[in-house]
Design a protein around this ligand. Structure first.
Ligand SMILES: *Cc1c(COP(=O)(O)O)cnc(C)c1O
Length: 434
């Protein structure tokens, strides 16, 4: 299998090269040259999530240097489950993606990417520095996945005071080869600093760098696995396709779900739940696609005004109009998110993180509009990660998952950093002492 750019102006790449490169040389995003097809019968019964991932991803790895390692990579990345369970709401299930070390779904992608990169760099003589700008969850997942991996160093940049206190603690808790930098600026400033560093040839020559953001194929492909696993089990029980409600920011998680459907597996409708950042809802309501600045909400991991995977969405359907005809997105504001969290804690005892709550709200709207189909809501983070928002709403402490608790018990340190390219480049060259 080879991978081509969404912009069509770059040579086709092997999987290994696409994972190493991140972005295609024409500025586009890598997508499979042809979508492979699988049917439910291609999967033996009773597979674990890791085994399902290995079957599902085999066609994408075919012919690549990493192919013989795929099973081991999946075993490393999918070392925890993604439970799919019924909710008290009739006809509703939840797919819980927050049982990894940092309690958000990004653990799957980050661990898979780390498992791939570690193998691709096995013979490298100089360490590779992974740069990651984060509004919270990505940085923690990447830090945890690459922590103490030989030959790798990670620099996490996050906007000071704009992530939750527990997110900030997580980001600073790794140490060793993972540095956290709290930037005096916004998430956009962090992203600009990362882009400028990656694009600086002289700096690249001195300090080999790569990124681990959500456009990386090495993060997108593994995110298909939990949808395939849930859809196959649902299909065997009901012979129905799985309808999925995805809390959406950069569209990475949602595109992975659509790719599973495009492979011919039993995924039905896929709906995107957004926060007050309504670029996608506006697009699906008929407006031309227009990226804009993000606004801050209490579902901060979805504060995205220009979803970076939109290009993959348009490419998948063969253009923006076709994409629009094949999807649906709704926007949920902070007041509604708070209402969902408060109301469900009281009525059925479910405690949702603010991101998951957006999808619950969209499902409730569908029910009010007469939609009686079965739906699966994707739970993207554990509510304990957002305790300062959720606990006041539900009026009691939330139990902290063990892995997250262990991280919060460690000391944390993040170096202050000006939102300035020069200062950052100096730091990259000279390390902690800068
Ligand atoms: C990253 C994130 C999202 C958004 O996922 P995308 O792939 O960017 O659409 C939603 N919820 C949580 C908790 C996240 O960390």
């Amino acid at each position: 299998m080879r991978f081509v750019s969404t912009r069509g102006n770059a040579p086709a790449a092997t999987l290994s090269d696409a994972i190493n490169a991140g972005l295609a040389p024409d500025g586009g995003l890598y997508v499979p040259e042809n979508m492979p097809h699988l049917s439910p019968d291609d999967f033996p019964q009773g597979l674990s999530l890791a085994q399902t991932a290995a079957y599902l991803l085999a066609p994408f790895f075919a012919g690549d240097a990493l192919a013989p390692e795929l099973k081991a990579i999946c075993a490393e990345a999918f070392a925890f489950d993604a439970p799919h369970r019924a909710l008290a709401m009739p006809g509703a299930h939840v797919l819980e993606l927050f049982h990894g070390p940092t309690a958000a779904f990004k653990d799957f992608g980050a661990r898979f990417l780390a498992a791939c990169m570690r193998r691709l760099r096995a013979d490298a003589t100089r360490p590779l520095t992974i740069l990651v700008a984060t509004s919270g969850d990505t940085g923690a997942a990447v830090g945890a996945a690459f922590h103490r991996v030989p030959g790798m160093r990670v620099a996490i940049l996050y906007p000071d005071h704009r992530v939750s206190p527990r997110q900030a603690h997580q980001l600073g808790s790794f140490g060793d080869n993972v540095d956290a930098l709290r930037v005096a600026g916004s998430f956009d400033d962090c992203q600009r600093m990362v882009k400028a560093a990656l694009g600086d040839r002289q700096l690249q020559a001195d300090v080999p760098m790569s990124s681990a953001n959500s456009i990386s194929l090495g993060r997108l492909l593994p995110q298909m696995a939990y949808y395939a696993h849930a859809a196959l089990n649902h299909w065997r029980r009901t012979h129905d396709a799985l309808n999925v409600m995805v809390p959406t920011g950069n569209l990475g998680n949602a595109v992975a779900c659509l790719w599973v459907r495009a492979m011919g597996l039993p995924v039905g409708e896929v709906m995107f739940a957004c926060n007050a950042n309504d670029t996608l809802p506006q697009f699906y309501a008929g407006a031309p696609y227009r990226g804009r600045d993000a606004i801050a909400t209490i579902a901060n991991a979805m504060d995205v005004g220009a979803p970076s995977n939109f290009e993959r969405l348009a490419h998948l359907f063969g253009g923006e109009d076709a994409a629009r005809a094949n999807g649906h997105a709704q926007s949920v504001d902070d007041a509604e998110i708070r209402d969902v969290v408060r109301r469900h804690a009281l009525s059925d005892g479910e405690i949702y993180c603010p991101h998951t709550a957006t999808a619950i709200r969209v499902l409730e709207r569908q029910r009010l509009a007469g939609d009686h189909r079965a739906w699966t809501v994707v739970a993207t983070a554990h509510p304990a990660k957002f305790d300062t928002i959720v606990e006041p709403l539900v009026g009691r402490p939330i139990r902290v998952p063990d892995a997250l608790g262990a991280m919060l018990d460690r000391p944390a340190y993040a170096a202050p950093m000006a939102a300035d390219h020069g200062v950052f480049h100096h730091w990259l060259r000279h390390g902690r002492a800068a």
